[in-house]
Write a protein that binds this ligand. Structure first.
Ligand code: PML
Length: 256
């Protein structure tokens, strides 16, 4: 679902978006829930709601939801130093970390995510303007209830956190994506995260100052990995997220 509102003649403001994977039986109720969500969003009433329902014809992969922790950071500098420490701990180079922060704090708004070589810090996505969009992910209702309970008891059960954790978990499931760094592009949302299969989903409060327009997602890629395979996985491979963990961290030394 994508909901938006026209501003003037040429611009469209994004109001909300959501997606899921579900059985045929749940199509109507999911469609209703997404429309309800679009018309009650705090960003305002959309004037356009696009609902796309597509049959899944490729095999569905299963991946666990990453465990989460929350770092204590009082400002962007301390959030950055927590992220740097985590990324270095799995062998991401300083060059690549600096490149990721440069991309995420640049004035120009990114559309999709950037792919960055975890050693050289070079950009790898085929189309820099468009970036790469992680899509086609969902959760079974029973897992979803457990997920909500877990986040509820931590006081962080919001659409934003749920969706970010699901997205990060799909992304971390690809063997050549070593880590992700995210700063929300919502000017009022100042919590970001750094995530990987090795250290889980680490929330970074105050990673940007309220009112800042910058943000986006950077995926740090194992050197030499095949980019078309990664892009196909992110954009087209359906992944069902589960609450069960299998613990096989990627080799932390492998990018050195
Ligand atoms: C969280 O609070 O854990 C989510 C942080 C990132 C949100 C990114 C987004 O705006 O989608």
């Amino acid at each position: 679902m994508r909901a938006s509102k026209r501003i003037g003649q040429a611009r469209e403001e994004h109001i909300s978006g959501a997606e899921t994977l579900c059985s045929k039986r749940r199509i109507s109720s999911m469609a209703q829930a997404f429309v309800d969500r679009a018309i009650t969003h705090p960003r305002g009433m959309p004037d356009r709601i696009v609902l796309t329902i597509e049959e899944v014809t490729t095999p569905v992969k299963v991946a666990p939801i990453l465990p989460y922790t929350q770092a204590v950071c009082s400002d962007p500098a301390s959030a950055r130093s927590v992220a740097e420490e985590r990324l270095r701990s799995i062998g991401i180079s300083t060059k690549a970390i600096d490149a990721a922060f440069r991309i995420l704090t640049a004035r120009r708004q990114m559309r999709g995510a950037a792919l960055v070589d975890a050693q050289r810090g070079t950009r790898l996505e085929p189309d820099r303007k468009r970036g790469v969009r992680a899509s086609r992910l969902g959760m079974r209702p029973a897992d979803c209830r457990r997920f909500i309970q877990q986040l509820d008891s931590a006081g962080i059960n919001t659409d934003t956190v749920r969706e970010a954790m699901m997205l990060a978990s799909k992304i971390a499931a690809h063997p050549s994506i070593l880590a992700e760094l995210c700063i929300s592009d919502d000017p009022d949302y100042t919590t970001g995260y750094v995530a990987s299969e090795s250290f889980g989903y680490v929330r970074l409060p105050n990673i940007k100052k309220a009112g800042s327009q910058h943000g986006g997602r950077v995926f740090l890629i194992r050197p030499g990995a095949g980019i078309p395979d990664i892009v196909t996985f992110l954009e087209l491979t359906p992944v069902l997220l589960t609450m069960r963990r299998k613990s096989t961290p990627k080799n932390p030394e492998s990018t050195r």
